[in-house]
Design a protein around this ligand. Structure first.
Ligand code: ADP
Ligand code: MG
Length: 479
């Protein structure tokens, strides 16, 4: 039987505010345990939460970028449950009236087709603390620093049909929140994580199958692998005559398996009710419009513009716009160049520049070779000053901090030899020193020209212009 896979993702993205969603405590990552949770985060009696205005602005930015409706009135609710890392006994979240809802985003599927994925809602909530099991033998540690950290939970429609589509959707949302500068998207630090809801149904069936929820997947790869393995498990269960149980499961990456964590709770288990300490959030259209006007160019628009304006392939445009910082680097280099083609600069960025960053463990905005340097360097190839090989060497010297493009070329005498009398002398020497090969060429062995050009390049220490050498050799040989 053919099975259809159905997936909906809930992505938790930590909003990049300095202070928490309802208190003035710092959100900075990595502080010693329990030094950044204040009385409000801990829900002590007699203290009151105050909404951080920035989180509202950030949620609206996300909503506008995903064609969502921005709710003129949204409400914070208490979601009641007990857990050691939630000493308040409830999490402040949004339930019936989320701040943002009913939008969509496009992904590119594994077949290269554009597919629109519905966004059900995106709501604001506070994070809980963390339970630490590793360094505590036979017990658990509790770090409440994360309590009260602002999250935007982005819930998709069950529109995704494969693990690869789920990965593409998650990457797309990740790219977007970083473009919008509403989250640092740091997955190691847990700033961007996802729960995957997965079910299967016979192909052609229209009602949804029973789903399981895979919790806290914090890498693109894990999301894809967890879904693949869970789909296999569900199909096995059904084909063996059983039925899928609605439950929350954990993905174990070491064993590449999912296993049950708890039975799935229903919304009414949480006894949601409006938080009496917080007023409804009223958003006026002037605020929405001023935020709309302040939005940066978004990834899809930038990609289309790069392809069109710079004559790049879809692939190049896609790579270069994968982050706003990389796109800025490319555009700054293009602007700094006066002769180089954007395509040539694109190749350098995707080749040498990215390889150097990976080696040095740096981000693009920390690149040792600045965008202006790169533009100047590729210009030197375009105007014939440097051969590709010498430009590579100059790049490495720039990276090592040995000067500017001009000073390096001048100090080391790297300038390509384009002077025709110098090249003619060089070629004449090579022919005199390799008479046998010269004769072979005259006898019709065309391929020997490669050897002769190689000899001339070697004699010039790579500085001769290879195309000129080739022409001059052929001319001399024909004499
Ligand atoms: P909760 O997990 O809090 O119960 P929802 O019921 O709203 O919340 O669903 C959460 C996510 O699960 C959404 O992304 C939705 O698209 C997805 N989902 C719901 N039903 C199914 C299903 N049968 N198969 C796959 N995904 C589903
Ligand atoms: Mg859920």
């Amino acid at each position: 039987m053919d099975w259809e896979i159905v997936i909906g993702l809930e992505i938790h993205t930590q909003l990049a505010t300095k202070s928490k969603i309802f208190s003035g405590a710092s959100t900075a990552y990595g502080a010693p345990p329990n030094t950044q949770a204040c009385l409000v985060d801990l829900g002590y009696p007699g203290v009151l939460p105050v909404l951080n205005e920035q989180v509202v602005v950030m949620a609206i930015k996300f909503g506008l970028a995903t064609h969502c409706e921005i709710a003129p009135r949204s409400v914070f609710a208490r979601k009641n449950y007990f857990y050691p890392d939630l000493p308040k006994g409830y999490q402040i979240s949004q339930y019936e009236l989320p701040i943002v809802h009913s939008g969509h985003i496009d992904i590119v599927t594994e077949d290269g087709e554009v597919k629109t994925i519905g966004i059900t809602r995106a709501h604001l909530e506070e994070d809980a603390g963390k339970s630490l099991h590793e360094s505590f033998h036979g017990s658990s540690g509790i770090d409440l620093n994360r309590a009260g950290t602002p999250l935007l939970e982005i819930v998709s429609e069950p529109d995704l049909r494969s693990a690869a589509q789920a990965g593409a959707y998650m990457r797309k949302i990740h790219e977007l929140v970083r473009y919008l500068e509403i989250s640092d998207g740091n997955m190691q630090e847990g700033s961007f994580r996802c729960d995957a809801n997965v079910s299967v149904r016979p192909a052609g069936e229209t009602t949804l199958g029973t789903r399981t929820e895979l919790k806290n997947l914090n890498s693109f790869r894990f999301v894809e692998k967890a879904i693949e393995i869970e789909v296999e498990r569900q199909i096995d269960v059904i084909e063996d005559g059983g039925s899928v149980v609605q439950e929350t499961r954990l993905y174990d990456a070491d064993r590449n398996e999912t296993r049950p964590m708890r039975s799935k709770e229903e919304a009414n288990d949480y006894r949601y009710f409006p938080d009496p300490d917080l007023l409804p959030v009223l958003i006026e259209s002037e605020l929405v419009e001023s935020i709309r006007a302040s939005l940066p160019e978004l990834p899809d628009a930038k990609r289309a513009r790069f392809a069109e304006q710079y004559g790049l392939s879809d692939y190049d445009a896609d790579v270069l716009t994968s982050s706003a910082e990389l796109a800025d680097y490319f555009e700054t280099a293009v602007a700094a160049a006066s002769k180089a083609e954007p395509k040539a600069i694109a190749n350098w960025v995707q080749g040498k520049v990215i390889a150097a960053l990976n080696e040095d463990g740096l981000e693009i905005d920390e690149s040792k070779v600045t965008a202006a340097d790169l533009g100047a360097l590729v210009d030197k190839i375009a105007d014939g000053t440097l051969s590709g090989k010498l430009a590579n060497d100059v790049f490495d010297m720039l990276r090592a901090g040995e000067g500017t493009v001009d000073s390096i070329i001048e100090e080391r005498g790297l300038e390509q030899i384009t002077d025709s009398s110098a090249i003619a002398a060089l070629c004449a020497n090579v022919l005199a020193g390799n008479e046998a090969q010269a004769q072979q060429f005259r006898d019709g062995n065309e391929k020997v020209i490669g050897f002769l050009v190689g000899q001339a390049m070697k004699a010039s220490q790579g500085k001769a212009n290879p195309q000129q050498v080739n022409e001059v050799l052929r001319r001399l040989l024909a004499e």
